[in-house]
Ligand binder design. Structure first.
Ligand code: PGA
Length: 250
């Protein structure tokens, strides 16, 4: 049995005060950590503050990390720096980072390796554009993204990796993929893990769906056999809505 996950991706939202208000509001209203991994991925500047107040049922993640140990990378944050904040997770390869900050399948792979080396658990994003979906290239894109992302990653490390399938056309658009469509893609990703590693690895790895997940769509998505949780942007910003998402995910 795979433990479900509900991960909020706040993107570039919330000041420190707003973030703390959220943390206090959700603190005793989330399902137990035995039932669900509830995660908030917040801007780097407030991570330490959130980790200090996360409580027992909430985990904190970052939204990005650099792959180098240190060096002349103005404005970037190394995996060692990130791990000193006490975060457990880090989103890697979100489509917004690929689109606006030139992240490639190669840098995604380097970042996953760097994160794992510092005991950070990667939430690895993949997913096709609208044009790729409409020209039947979804599998081809997932094939490329997943095989490259996991290149050179040991089988033993897979249990610390979460994959998030996020079709670009569904992110922030209100256009959620149908539950069947999302499940088919997550199932395909699972088959790629099976091919690249082993059947047990595919059974164990947790795969999330992301893209306009809401309190309305979450239950149907979670009921799908290949979907183990959600990576949620907009609907994770409000504490009431995040609590509802988490409770509906179990
Ligand atoms: P959304 O964002 O839920 O606002 O569509 C999801 C994401 O980008 O991770």
């Amino acid at each position: 049995m795979r433990k479900p996950v509900m991960a909020g991706n706040w993107k570039m939202n919330k000041t420190r005060d707003e973030a703390l208000e959220f943390i206090y509001a959700v603190s005793d209203k989330l399902p137990s950590v035995n039932q669900l991994d509830s995660i908030i991925c917040a801007p780097a500047i407030i991570l330490r503050d959130l980790v200090k107040r996360q409580g027992s049922n909430l985990k904190i993640g970052a939204q990005n990390v650099h792959f180098a140990e240190s060096g002349a990378y103005t404005g970037e944050i190394s995996p060692a720096m990130l791990s000193t904040t006490g975060v457990e997770y880090v989103i890697i390869g979100h489509s917004e980072r690929r689109a606006y900050f030139n992240e490639t399948d190669e840098t995604v792979n380097l970042k996953i390796k760097a994160a794992l080396a510092h005991q950070l658990k990667p939430i690895v994003c993949c997913g096709e554009s609208l044009e790729e979906r409409e020209t039947n290239k979804t599998h081809e894109v997932l094939d490329r993204q997943i095989s490259k992302a996991l290149e050179g990653i040991d089988k033993e490390d897979l249990s610390n990796i979460i994959i998030a399938y996020e079709p670009i056309w569904a992110i922030g658009t209100g256009k959620v993929a149908s539950a069947e469509m999302a499940d088919e893609a997550c199932g395909y990703i699972r088959s790629l893990v099976k091919k690249q590693y082993c059947p047990a690895c595919a059974e164990e790895i947790r795969i999330l769906y992301g893209g306009s997940v809401s309190t309305k769509s979450v239950s149907e998505l979670m009921a799908q056999p290949n979907i183990d949780g959600g990576l949620v942007g907009g609907a994770s910003l409000n504490s009431e809505s995040f609590i509802e998402l988490c409770n509906k995910a179990i």
